[in-house]
Write a new protein. Structure first.
Lengths: 423, 87
């Protein structure tokens, strides 16, 4: 089918689970003896409207025919399709499926990268000597996943990660696509501009305003022109549109963390400062535990909020000396919150720590409180929590408050692979 | 055979390698009485990993109401639960 010399360069596979959350839920239900396959009817995985996590997270292919979109509210989805079956998300199940897929994929190459909970890059360079034709191997992987794990995947094959990812998006479900550089003009350039990796709502609007409607249009521009309104990002997506990308398939452990954050959508509107402080504290608890776990101190703290009118804003502060202390970070977060909050009812609060540096050397400041004791206390609390569970010790201020002392994260206090905009 | 998938109480013996061999099971029938079925013959054992959840499937033969019948049992490794899968 293809000439072998095509494969002398890098060969990258991108493996993407079709409607991941929904497929996994469907496969699991079938295994538990359910006679109905969710994938064959209009169905969706959505949050719980009671706690106001009421958006569509994934949908079945029959649901797509009703123009139901990921991210829209359950209410608007039900208006489009009254018979829509909505199931609640089950994150431990998703992680279990993701781990099983990772173990299976590892049989085909020593170098794989988990890109998100349902996406993997696999470096197949040189592996064709062992497995033979890459397209046949991809088909074999696809069937292997379907038979053993009970869900379908799309696999894109190309010479770099970007093209492999674009390839796996071409036609779904249960397909293998190639998107080699010589196929770009035929397979990728006719696609609308928003299909390109890295072009989201904001960028696609800017490009459309200037008459750039397809990926081919973008590829035909000069980088100098794009840089006039997109800065250096213009050159990046221009390279992407031409299928150029040199990012290696990374072993996941080497990805540098740039920041850590936790946020939560609340089940009620927060109207007083005291409750907001408590919520910030419980978010801080989660995020600082992660920070200390990874061995970092943070030099920048940022607080974000969303009002009941869906107005989003954030505020940040740079620290003179980086810290990893829960109380110190919470105190600054509260100050930031006070400067930001105008008294509107709040539905969403978040905290983010960045400008990370290693915590093996700590420089205390002459003009700040001594935090040595606090740091020791934090360390002890972390140890107790990791041994006896995250709720083994918590602050008494949470007693009778009705709030969870530890908030944020899909599976609280456990790592869960997230999406990234970096290839 | 039809999919039944109901939890059951079961007695089994395990090999040194950790493979269970079902001996007999107890199930609650529709008229709320308990019924014990002895496994007379183990025909096959397969493993599945659907959605990453490991389960052993046993194809067995037993005497149900005086008739020799073939049925399938499932053992969920994660939870150590037994199910009457198909009958």
């Amino acid at each position: 089918m293809f000439l072998i010399n095509k494969y002398t360069k890098h060969l990258i596979f991108h493996i993407d689970v079709n409607s991941a959350y929904l497929s996994w839920e469907a496969a699991s239900r079938l295994q538990q003896g359910d006679s109905l396959d969710l994938r064959t009817i209009p169905s969706a995985v959505g949050g719980d409207p009671e706690t106001r996590h009421g958006i569509i997270l994934a949908k079945s292919i029959p649901a797509k025919k009703f123009k139901i979109q990921t991210g829209e509210t359950l209410f608007s989805a039900r208006t489009k399709c009254p018979d829509l079956v909505i199931v609640s998300p089950n994150y431990p199940l998703y992680r279990q499926c993701s781990t099983a897929l990772k173990e299976l994929v590892q049989n085909y190459s020593p170098l794989i990268q988990q890109y998100s909970v349902d996406e993997f890059f696999l470096d197949f360079t040189g592996m064709n000597n062992l497995f033979g034709n890459p397209v046949d191997t991809a088909l074999k992987i696809k069937e292997h996943v379907k038979n053993e794990l009970g869900f379908t995947v799309n696999i894109g094959i190309s010479t770099n990660k970007l093209l492999a990812k674009m390839g796996s998006e071409l036609q779904k479900p249960d397909r293998v696509h190639t998107l080699f550089p010589e196929e770009i003009s035929k397979k990728m350039w006719p696609l609308p501009i928003d299909e390109l990796f890295g072009v989201g709502r904001a960028t696609s609007q800017k490009l459309r305003d200037r008459g750039i409607k397809t990926i081919g249009d973008l590829a035909a521009q000069t980088p100098a022109y794009l840089e006039r309104f997109l800065k250096s990002y213009g050159t990046l997506i221009w390279n992407y549109a031409n299928g150029r990308d040199i990012s290696p398939v990374r072993n996941n452990k080497t990805i540098p963390v740039k920041g850590m954050g936790n946020s939560t959508t609340l089940s009620f509107d927060v109207t007083n400062q005291e409750t907001a402080y408590l919520i910030l504290l419980s978010l801080t608890e989660t995020v600082t535990t992660r920070l200390r776990d990874a061995g970092f101190c943070a030099g920048l703290i940022s607080v974000s909020l969303k009002t009941n009118g869906f107005v989003f804003c954030s505020h940040q502060k740079k620290l003179y000396s980086p810290t990893d202390c829960t109380s110190a970070i919470h105190e600054i977060a509260c100050t930031l919150f006070d400067q930001l909050w105008q008294g509107e009812p709040l539905r969403h609060l978040g905290i983010r720590l960045s400008e990370l540096c290693l915590n093996n050397f700590y420089q205390p400041s002459l003009f700040e409180e001594k935090l040595e004791k606090q740091r020791l206390l934090d360390k002890t609390i972390d140890t107790i929590r990791s041994k006896y569970g995250s709720k083994a010790v918590f602050r008494s201020s949470f007693l009778h408050s009705g709030l969870s002392p530890i908030m944020g994260g899909v599976i609280e206090s456990e790592e869960y692979p997230m999406m990234s905009s970096l290839l | 055979m039809k999919i039944y998938m109901k939890p059951i109480e079961l007695i089994a013996w395990f090999t040194k390698e950790g493979i269970p061999h079902p001996i007999k099971y107890k199930i609650q029938t529709e008229d709320n009485s308990q019924k014990v079925v002895k496994i007379l013959r183990l025909l096959a054992r397969t493993e599945e990993k659907i959605a990453g959840n490991r389960m052993y499937i046993f194809k067995c033969e037993g005497n149900i109401n005086g008739i020799l019948k073939i049925f399938e049992l499932k053992y969920e490794l994660n939870t150590c639960k037994w199910y009457l899968y198909k009958i």
